[in-house]
Design a protein around this ligand. Structure first.
Ligand code: PAF
Length: 282
Protein backbone atom coordinates (compact mmCIF):
# COMPACT_ATOMS: atom_id res chain seq x y z
CA UNK A 1 0.00 0.00 0.00
CA UNK A 2 1.24 3.46 -0.90
CA UNK A 3 0.82 6.38 1.49
CA UNK A 4 0.58 9.57 -0.58
CA UNK A 5 0.53 13.15 0.68
CA UNK A 6 0.19 15.36 -2.40
CA UNK A 7 -2.56 15.80 -4.95
CA UNK A 8 -0.10 15.52 -7.85
CA UNK A 9 1.36 12.22 -6.61
CA UNK A 10 -2.12 10.84 -5.93
CA UNK A 11 -3.28 11.70 -9.45
CA UNK A 12 -0.19 10.05 -10.95
CA UNK A 13 -0.66 6.89 -8.86
CA UNK A 14 -4.36 6.57 -9.75
CA UNK A 15 -3.54 7.19 -13.44
CA UNK A 16 -1.05 4.31 -13.34
CA UNK A 17 -3.77 1.98 -12.01
CA UNK A 18 -6.21 3.29 -14.65
CA UNK A 19 -3.69 2.55 -17.42
CA UNK A 20 -3.82 -1.07 -16.28
CA UNK A 21 -7.60 -0.93 -16.80
CA UNK A 22 -8.39 -0.87 -13.09
CA UNK A 23 -11.77 0.12 -11.67
CA UNK A 24 -11.27 2.45 -8.69
CA UNK A 25 -13.24 2.47 -5.44
CA UNK A 26 -12.92 5.33 -2.97
CA UNK A 27 -13.56 5.67 0.77
CA UNK A 28 -13.38 9.23 2.17
CA UNK A 29 -12.56 9.29 5.91
CA UNK A 30 -11.25 11.44 8.72
CA UNK A 31 -9.21 8.56 10.10
CA UNK A 32 -9.04 6.95 13.54
CA UNK A 33 -10.38 3.83 11.89
CA UNK A 34 -12.86 1.44 13.48
CA UNK A 35 -14.64 -1.59 12.05
CA UNK A 36 -17.13 0.71 10.30
CA UNK A 37 -14.35 2.25 8.21
CA UNK A 38 -12.78 -1.15 7.65
CA UNK A 39 -16.11 -2.56 6.38
CA UNK A 40 -16.28 0.27 3.79
CA UNK A 41 -12.69 -0.42 2.72
CA UNK A 42 -13.39 -4.15 2.40
CA UNK A 43 -16.56 -3.52 0.37
CA UNK A 44 -14.54 -1.36 -2.02
CA UNK A 45 -11.63 -3.83 -2.18
CA UNK A 46 -14.06 -6.65 -3.00
CA UNK A 47 -15.70 -4.74 -5.87
CA UNK A 48 -12.74 -2.84 -7.36
CA UNK A 49 -9.23 -3.57 -8.61
CA UNK A 50 -7.91 -0.48 -6.83
CA UNK A 51 -9.11 1.11 -3.59
CA UNK A 52 -8.14 4.62 -2.53
CA UNK A 53 -8.86 5.78 1.04
CA UNK A 54 -8.50 9.45 1.98
CA UNK A 55 -7.62 10.38 5.54
CA UNK A 56 -8.16 14.08 6.10
CA UNK A 57 -9.60 15.80 9.18
CA UNK A 58 -11.40 18.49 7.23
CA UNK A 59 -11.38 21.80 9.14
CA UNK A 60 -14.15 23.38 7.06
CA UNK A 61 -16.80 20.99 8.37
CA UNK A 62 -16.15 21.79 12.05
CA UNK A 63 -17.81 24.75 13.79
CA UNK A 64 -15.66 27.13 15.88
CA UNK A 65 -16.76 25.48 19.16
CA UNK A 66 -16.42 21.92 17.87
CA UNK A 67 -13.79 19.23 18.38
CA UNK A 68 -11.40 19.86 15.45
CA UNK A 69 -8.32 20.26 17.67
CA UNK A 70 -8.98 17.16 19.75
CA UNK A 71 -10.36 14.95 16.94
CA UNK A 72 -8.53 11.64 17.45
CA UNK A 73 -5.58 10.95 15.16
CA UNK A 74 -3.31 7.90 14.90
CA UNK A 75 -1.70 7.62 11.47
CA UNK A 76 0.46 4.62 12.35
CA UNK A 77 -2.49 2.53 13.49
CA UNK A 78 -4.67 3.73 10.60
CA UNK A 79 -1.97 2.86 8.07
CA UNK A 80 -1.72 -0.68 9.46
CA UNK A 81 -5.51 -1.13 9.41
CA UNK A 82 -5.88 0.16 5.84
CA UNK A 83 -3.05 -2.10 4.66
CA UNK A 84 -4.64 -5.12 6.38
CA UNK A 85 -7.99 -4.31 4.70
CA UNK A 86 -6.32 -4.52 1.28
CA UNK A 87 -6.32 -0.80 0.46
CA UNK A 88 -3.95 0.17 -2.38
CA UNK A 89 -3.51 3.90 -1.76
CA UNK A 90 -3.92 5.89 1.46
CA UNK A 91 -4.17 9.60 0.64
CA UNK A 92 -3.16 11.75 3.62
CA UNK A 93 -3.00 15.38 2.48
CA UNK A 94 -2.16 18.28 4.79
CA UNK A 95 -4.56 21.16 5.32
CA UNK A 96 -2.22 23.35 3.21
CA UNK A 97 -2.33 20.81 0.38
CA UNK A 98 -6.13 20.73 0.35
CA UNK A 99 -6.68 24.43 1.05
CA UNK A 100 -3.62 26.36 -0.21
CA UNK A 101 -5.55 29.63 0.07
CA UNK A 102 -8.59 30.55 2.16
CA UNK A 103 -11.57 28.78 0.55
CA UNK A 104 -13.44 31.39 -1.49
CA UNK A 105 -15.53 28.78 -3.30
CA UNK A 106 -17.79 26.27 -1.60
CA UNK A 107 -20.78 24.11 -2.36
CA UNK A 108 -24.12 25.17 -0.90
CA UNK A 109 -26.37 22.21 -0.19
CA UNK A 110 -29.67 24.08 0.21
CA UNK A 111 -32.32 23.32 2.83
CA UNK A 112 -30.99 19.75 3.25
CA UNK A 113 -28.08 21.32 5.07
CA UNK A 114 -30.34 23.09 7.57
CA UNK A 115 -32.23 20.16 9.09
CA UNK A 116 -31.18 17.50 11.62
CA UNK A 117 -27.37 17.69 12.05
CA UNK A 118 -27.27 20.79 9.83
CA UNK A 119 -29.49 22.71 12.27
CA UNK A 120 -27.10 22.04 15.16
CA UNK A 121 -23.95 22.38 13.03
CA UNK A 122 -24.39 25.40 10.70
CA UNK A 123 -22.13 25.14 7.67
CA UNK A 124 -21.18 21.52 8.44
CA UNK A 125 -22.63 20.05 5.25
CA UNK A 126 -21.20 22.89 3.16
CA UNK A 127 -17.78 21.83 4.44
CA UNK A 128 -18.49 18.13 3.82
CA UNK A 129 -19.87 18.73 0.31
CA UNK A 130 -16.95 20.96 -0.64
CA UNK A 131 -14.19 18.66 0.58
CA UNK A 132 -15.82 15.55 -0.91
CA UNK A 133 -16.27 17.33 -4.27
CA UNK A 134 -12.55 18.21 -4.17
CA UNK A 135 -11.65 14.62 -3.27
CA UNK A 136 -13.85 13.24 -6.06
CA UNK A 137 -12.12 15.54 -8.55
CA UNK A 138 -8.72 14.46 -7.27
CA UNK A 139 -9.35 10.69 -7.11
CA UNK A 140 -11.96 10.37 -9.91
CA UNK A 141 -13.24 7.02 -8.64
CA UNK A 142 -15.92 4.79 -10.17
CA UNK A 143 -17.65 4.35 -6.81
CA UNK A 144 -17.58 6.05 -3.40
CA UNK A 145 -18.37 4.17 -0.18
CA UNK A 146 -20.19 5.86 2.71
CA UNK A 147 -21.67 4.64 6.00
CA UNK A 148 -25.38 4.53 6.83
CA UNK A 149 -24.64 5.95 10.31
CA UNK A 150 -24.14 9.31 8.60
CA UNK A 151 -27.40 8.98 6.66
CA UNK A 152 -27.87 12.72 6.14
CA UNK A 153 -24.30 13.07 4.90
CA UNK A 154 -24.90 10.24 2.40
CA UNK A 155 -28.10 11.94 1.20
CA UNK A 156 -26.37 15.33 0.85
CA UNK A 157 -23.51 13.76 -1.09
CA UNK A 158 -25.92 11.86 -3.38
CA UNK A 159 -27.48 15.22 -4.23
CA UNK A 160 -24.11 16.89 -4.79
CA UNK A 161 -23.05 14.08 -7.12
CA UNK A 162 -26.33 14.32 -9.04
CA UNK A 163 -26.41 18.13 -9.19
CA UNK A 164 -22.79 18.49 -10.32
CA UNK A 165 -22.75 15.41 -12.60
CA UNK A 166 -19.90 13.58 -10.90
CA UNK A 167 -19.51 10.26 -12.76
CA UNK A 168 -19.45 8.19 -9.55
CA UNK A 169 -21.79 5.63 -7.97
CA UNK A 170 -22.49 5.99 -4.26
CA UNK A 171 -22.67 2.86 -2.14
CA UNK A 172 -24.08 3.21 1.36
CA UNK A 173 -22.98 0.39 3.68
CA UNK A 174 -24.71 -0.72 6.91
CA UNK A 175 -23.80 0.80 10.29
CA UNK A 176 -21.32 -1.32 12.27
CA UNK A 177 -22.24 -1.73 15.92
CA UNK A 178 -20.53 -2.79 19.11
CA UNK A 179 -21.97 -5.95 20.72
CA UNK A 180 -24.26 -3.86 22.92
CA UNK A 181 -25.64 -1.97 19.91
CA UNK A 182 -23.68 1.29 20.13
CA UNK A 183 -22.94 2.54 16.62
CA UNK A 184 -19.20 2.57 15.98
CA UNK A 185 -17.75 6.08 15.77
CA UNK A 186 -14.33 7.64 16.22
CA UNK A 187 -16.00 9.95 18.76
CA UNK A 188 -16.88 7.01 21.07
CA UNK A 189 -13.30 7.43 22.29
CA UNK A 190 -14.38 10.60 24.10
CA UNK A 191 -16.81 8.68 26.35
CA UNK A 192 -15.78 8.02 29.96
CA UNK A 193 -16.42 4.42 31.12
CA UNK A 194 -19.65 5.54 32.84
CA UNK A 195 -20.82 7.39 29.71
CA UNK A 196 -19.85 4.44 27.50
CA UNK A 197 -22.06 2.19 29.65
CA UNK A 198 -25.03 4.51 29.03
CA UNK A 199 -24.47 5.12 25.31
CA UNK A 200 -26.21 1.94 23.97
CA UNK A 201 -29.49 3.52 25.21
CA UNK A 202 -29.60 5.43 21.91
CA UNK A 203 -29.79 2.33 19.74
CA UNK A 204 -32.06 0.47 22.16
CA UNK A 205 -34.48 3.43 22.11
CA UNK A 206 -34.46 3.46 18.29
CA UNK A 207 -35.29 -0.27 18.32
CA UNK A 208 -38.22 0.36 20.69
CA UNK A 209 -39.42 3.12 18.34
CA UNK A 210 -39.24 0.70 15.41
CA UNK A 211 -41.20 -1.88 17.40
CA UNK A 212 -43.93 0.68 18.17
CA UNK A 213 -44.18 1.46 14.44
CA UNK A 214 -44.36 -2.25 13.63
CA UNK A 215 -47.22 -2.46 16.17
CA UNK A 216 -49.12 0.15 14.15
CA UNK A 217 -48.21 3.61 15.55
CA UNK A 218 -48.00 6.15 12.71
CA UNK A 219 -47.82 9.44 14.65
CA UNK A 220 -44.17 10.55 14.40
CA UNK A 221 -44.43 12.87 17.43
CA UNK A 222 -45.42 9.91 19.64
CA UNK A 223 -42.50 7.84 18.33
CA UNK A 224 -40.09 10.77 18.82
CA UNK A 225 -41.32 11.33 22.40
CA UNK A 226 -40.93 7.65 23.22
CA UNK A 227 -37.36 7.60 21.88
CA UNK A 228 -36.45 10.83 23.72
CA UNK A 229 -37.83 9.50 26.99
CA UNK A 230 -36.05 6.16 26.66
CA UNK A 231 -32.73 7.87 25.93
CA UNK A 232 -32.98 10.53 28.63
CA UNK A 233 -34.32 8.36 31.47
CA UNK A 234 -31.36 6.83 33.16
CA UNK A 235 -28.63 8.35 30.98
CA UNK A 236 -29.13 12.06 31.66
CA UNK A 237 -28.37 12.60 27.96
CA UNK A 238 -29.47 15.83 26.33
CA UNK A 239 -31.26 15.44 23.04
CA UNK A 240 -30.17 17.44 20.04
CA UNK A 241 -32.92 15.98 17.83
CA UNK A 242 -35.08 12.92 17.39
CA UNK A 243 -36.86 12.93 14.04
CA UNK A 244 -38.65 10.66 11.64
CA UNK A 245 -37.56 11.36 8.07
CA UNK A 246 -39.40 10.08 4.99
CA UNK A 247 -36.78 8.55 2.76
CA UNK A 248 -38.74 9.57 -0.32
CA UNK A 249 -37.48 13.17 -0.44
CA UNK A 250 -35.60 13.06 2.89
CA UNK A 251 -38.08 15.31 4.73
CA UNK A 252 -39.02 15.34 8.39
CA UNK A 253 -42.51 13.80 8.58
CA UNK A 254 -45.42 13.98 11.02
CA UNK A 255 -47.04 10.80 9.79
CA UNK A 256 -45.05 7.65 9.19
CA UNK A 257 -45.66 6.22 5.75
CA UNK A 258 -43.28 4.35 3.44
CA UNK A 259 -39.62 3.90 4.23
CA UNK A 260 -38.72 6.07 7.21
CA UNK A 261 -35.44 6.93 8.86
CA UNK A 262 -35.60 7.37 12.63
CA UNK A 263 -32.64 9.62 13.40
CA UNK A 264 -31.15 10.75 16.71
CA UNK A 265 -28.41 13.09 17.86
CA UNK A 266 -27.81 13.13 21.61
CA UNK A 267 -25.12 14.38 23.93
CA UNK A 268 -23.85 11.98 26.56
CA UNK A 269 -21.69 14.16 28.76
CA UNK A 270 -19.99 16.45 26.26
CA UNK A 271 -19.93 13.86 23.45
CA UNK A 272 -22.39 14.27 20.60
CA UNK A 273 -23.43 10.91 19.18
CA UNK A 274 -25.66 10.20 16.18
CA UNK A 275 -27.47 7.06 15.13
CA UNK A 276 -30.42 5.99 13.01
CA UNK A 277 -32.40 3.02 11.81
CA UNK A 278 -34.68 2.59 8.83
CA UNK A 279 -38.19 1.15 9.16
CA UNK A 280 -40.09 -0.07 6.14
CA UNK A 281 -43.79 0.73 6.46
CA UNK A 282 -46.12 -0.80 3.89
O1 PAF B 1 -17.71 11.07 7.33
C1 PAF B 1 -16.59 11.62 7.38
O2 PAF B 1 -15.66 11.10 7.96
C2 PAF B 1 -16.40 12.98 6.73
O3 PAF B 1 -17.52 13.78 6.86
C3 PAF B 1 -15.96 12.89 5.26
C4 PAF B 1 -17.03 12.25 4.38
C5 PAF B 1 -14.67 12.10 5.14
C6 PAF B 1 -15.69 14.30 4.70
O4 PAF B 1 -14.68 14.95 5.41
Amino acid sequence: MKVIKTIGALRAAVAAHRRRGHAVGFVPTMGYFHQGHVSLMKASVKAHDTTVVSLFVNPTQFGPAEDLARYPRDLKRDTAQARAAGVDILFVPTVEEMYPCPAAVSIEVGSMGDILCGAARPGHFRGVATVVAKLLNIVQPDAMYLGQKDAQQAEVLKRVVMALDFPVRIKVCPTCREQDGLAMSSRNLYLSPAERAKAPAIYLALCQGAKRIADGERDASKINSLIKKLICDGTGASIDYVSCVGLDGFRIVRRIEGDTLMAVAARIGSTRLIDNIVVKVR
